[in-house]
Design a protein around this ligand. Structure first.
Ligand SMILES: [Fe+2]
Ligand SMILES: [Fe+2]
Length: 213
C-alpha cells in the first residue's frame, strides 16, 4: 500500500491545477467509483496517487508535460517495485497511468481500473472544481477568463489568428465534452449534474460580460 503522506512529497505544494489537492480529489473519487463498480481497490488507489506524480513541474518543460503519463508510468514502476508489488499488478497500474490523458488517445483505457482513473481524473475537470482549476490555470499563464469566441472557433474549434484561448474557450473546447467521454455509469451520472452546473455558470458569465445580467 502506498501511504498518502509519501505521495504528498511527489507533488508541488502550490500548483492549482496538478497539485496534491487534485490528487486527493481524484483519489477519493476513484475509490468511490471502484467500490460502486467493483474494481480492484489496490490498483485504483495506487494509480490515483501516482498518476500525475511531480505535477506540472515535470522535467523537460512543456514537452515533458505532454509526455508526463509515460514518464510517470516509469516512476510508478520504480515505486511499486520498491514496495514489492508483483509485476502483473504493477503493469495494471502503469496501464491506468498511460491511458488517463484526454488529449492523447494512443492508449485507451482497457481495464475497469483504467476506466475508473480516467473518469475520476476527468470529473475533476468539470463542475465547480473544474471551473476553478480552469480559471486558475489561465491566470497563471496570463490568458483571459472570458473572450467572445470567433464564429470559426464555434464551428471548428480552431481560433482566428491572435484569438486568445480564454477559460470560456476551454469550456467549449474541452470541459463541455467531458461528460460524453466517460466510461463508467457511476461517473456518467455524476457528470450530468456537474455539466448542468457548469453550463449555467458559463452562460451566466457570458451574460454578465455583455451587461445582460
Ligand atoms: Fe494527468
Ligand atoms: Fe490528474
Amino acid at each position: 500500500m502506498i501511504d498518502i503522506e509519501t505521495a504528498r512529497g511527489w507533488y508541488p505544494a502550490t500548483d492549482p491545477v496538478h497539485g496534491f489537492d487534485h490528487i486527493l480529489r481524484v483519489y477519493r473519487m476513484a475509490e468511490r467509483l471502484a467500490i460502486e463498480e467493483q474494481a480492484d481497490l489496490d490498483i485504483v488507489r495506487a494509480a490515483a496517487l501516482l498518476h500525475d506524480a511531480q505535477g506540472s513541474q515535470t522535467e523537460g518543460g512543456e514537452e515533458g508535460r505532454h509526455d508526463h503519463h509515460h514518464a510517470f508510468s516509469n516512476f510508478a514502476r520504480r515505486i511499486l517495485e520498491n514496495e514489492g508489488w508483483p509485476p502483473d499488478k504493477i503493469a495494471a497500474v502503469q496501464h491506468c497511468i498511460r491511458a488517463h490523458r484526454f488529449r492523447d488517445n494512443t492508449e485507451q483505457p482497457q481495464s475497469l481500473e483504467a476506466k475508473i482513473l480516467f473518469d475520476a481524473d476527468k470529473l475533476d475537470v468539470i463542475g465547480a472544481v473544474g471551473i476553478a482549476r480552469t480559471i486558475a490555470f489561465d491566470v497563471v499563464v496570463n490568458q483571459p477568463i472570458y473572450v467572445e469566441p470567433s464564429a470559426r472557433f464555434l464551428e471548428t474549434g480552431e481560433k482566428e489568428s491572435g484569438e486568445p484561448h480564454s477559460s470560456y474557450h476551454e469550456y467549449l473546447f474541452k470541459l463541455s465534452k467531458i461528460k460524453d467521454r466517460l466510461y463508467t455509469k457511476t461517473a456518467q451520472q455524476l457528470a450530468e449534474e456537474r455539466h448542468r452546473f457548469m453550463d449555467e455558470y458559463f452562460d451566466r458569465l457570458g451574460a454578465e460580460e455583455r451587461g445582460e445580467k
